[in-house]
Design a protein around this ligand. Structure first.
Ligand code: HSE
Length: 444
């Protein structure tokens, strides 16, 4: 077993489990940048073993003899391996491998956001008790070192809000729909071809992958238990080119936004399609790129941008974790930057019903005198104040889209109002609503 406070005169030994996309990027970086890493570290990172079920496929890398194995226990039980790098994804058997590595006294690096969002508290606690480190920079926003930003760069700040575009697949789809008026299925197919999508793309388009990542960011930002179950999650599969078009006319872009916010002593945790003013920097983050905006009480607004997926950006994050841990091993500084606060803050997660936002509505209403007053009457009864209205087209006696932007309103009121409006005989289809971020601006 590795002695975490021992001296490793010949470098730090690592074993990688999973030789897929991220594994390949990690190995490429370790081999191609070996020299520069050694210069920066003053010692070597030795790639001792790689375990994968498929060790025949050509990944375009020359792997030294004896490194590849199909036997994961050859890594987990190897007393010379200091750091286990878990890159297979999914909950099982990844969780078993990680817990075994920890109980064998090994440090762990993982890119596994789904696992950390589900069992992160258990894994971090096990690591704390065993006196080993967990690196998980690659779990959120790939090549953007956002975990380090929150844990170290912004440590002086109370975090007021985190807004993230943290799913490249969804951002790619929305960008295609916006710029090329492509329908959803075609855009999804293109995103999958790029290789960024999860094995089950529902995780991307239904917002679950973003919710996993948000739970991790929120835990670090607010010292709360990782509460993936508490994230309100809505995906982009119901967003139509029509709504993207109206949003654009009104001066907005539609993004799948992950939001964690300190709000009246509660924390808001939500992922949903969001209309953002076009002029915001984060609105300009297109294609498969990610961005995270963080507002600290001392720093004010900060924004981090880059590639959130792909072999090399994710590999960069994995290698940075390996380097951090290797440095701590060599300097007897294990646990120098604690992953979690010792006691979680007891903060309530705001119920979605209580969230306050501005809203975009698209009603499918008969083009007939008095219809708008019926709709606005119901909105008024629920204390929802209208900021602007546009009716598109003129088709007397037929359904036309009536688009309404509101001032700030409460989610519970919005849902009840929409329910009531959808019962009106003059409303021909279910009302679409999208939450709107930005300053209240009646001139819009
Ligand atoms: N499926 C993820 C994405 C991969 O599209 O962003 C990176 O976590």
């Amino acid at each position: 077993m590795v002695n975490p406070v021992g001296i490793h005169p010949y470098g730090v030994n690592i074993g990688i489990i999973g030789f897929g996309t991220v594994g390949t990027g990690t190995v490429k970086i370790l081999l191609e940048n070996r020299g520069i890493l050694k210069e920066r570290l003053g010692f070597e990172i030795n790639l001792r073993r790689i375990a994968d079920l498929d060790i025949e496929r050509d990944r375009g890398i020359n792997i030294p003899e004896g490194v590849l194995t199909t036997d994961v226990n050859a890594l987990l039980n190897d007393p010379h391996i200091d750091i286990i790098v878990e890159l297979i994804g999914g909950i099982r058997p990844a969780k078993d491998f990680i817990l075994k590595a920890i109980s064998n006294g090994k440090h762990v690096v993982t890119a596994n956001k789904a696992l950390l969002a589900t069992a992160g508290d258990e894994i971090f606690t096990a690591a704390l008790q065993a006196g080993v480190e967990i690196g998980f920079e690659a779990s959120v926003a790939g090549g953007i070192p956002i975990i380090k930003v929150i844990r170290e760069g912004l440590v002086a700040n109370r975090i007021k809000a985190v807004y993230g575009i943290i799913n490249g697949t969804s951002n790619y789809i929305l960008t295609k729909m916006t710029e090329e008026n492509v329908e959803f299925p075609e855009a999804l197919k293109e995103a999958q071809d790029l290789g960024y999508a999860e094995a089950d793309p529902a995780l991307d388009i239904e917002g679950i992958d973003s919710a996993h990542k948000l739970a991790i960011l929120a835990s670090l930002s607010y010292g709360i238990s990782i509460s993936y179950e508490d994230v309100y999650t809505e995906g982009i599969s119901k967003i139509s080119p029509q709504d993207i078009g109206f949003a654009s006319e009104l001066g907005y872009k539609v993004k799948l936004l992950a939001i964690a916010k300190d709000s009246d002593s509660e924390i808001e945790l939500r992922v949903h399609p969001t209309m953002l003013p076009k002029e915001y920097l984060i609105s300009k983050v297109d294609g498969s790129f990610n961005a995270v905006y963080i507002e600290g009480d001392a720093t004010g607004s900060t924004l981090y941008y880059g590639r959130g997926a792909g072999d090399m950006p994710a590999g960069s994050a994995v290698v940075s974790d390996i380097v951090d841990i290797a440095r701590n091993v060599r300097k007897n500084a294990i646990g120098r930057v604690p992953v979690i606060t010792r006691t979680f803050r007891d903060v309530r997660i705001k119920r979605m019903d209580d969230v306050i936002s501005m809203y975009y509505f698209r009603f499918s209403a008969l083009d007939r005198p008095g219809v708008l007053s019926k709709i606005s009457g119901i909105l008024g009864n629920y204390n929802i104040s209208i900021a602007s209205v546009i009716q598109k087209g003129r088709r007397v006696g037929e359904a036309v889209p009536v688009v309404v932007l509101t001032h700030e309103a409460k989610e519970r009121d919005v849902r009840q109002a929409v329910n009531e409006i959808d019962q009106l005989p003059v409303v021909m289809d279910k009302t679409v609503f999208i939450r709107v971020e930005g300053e209240e601006d009646i001139s819009r």
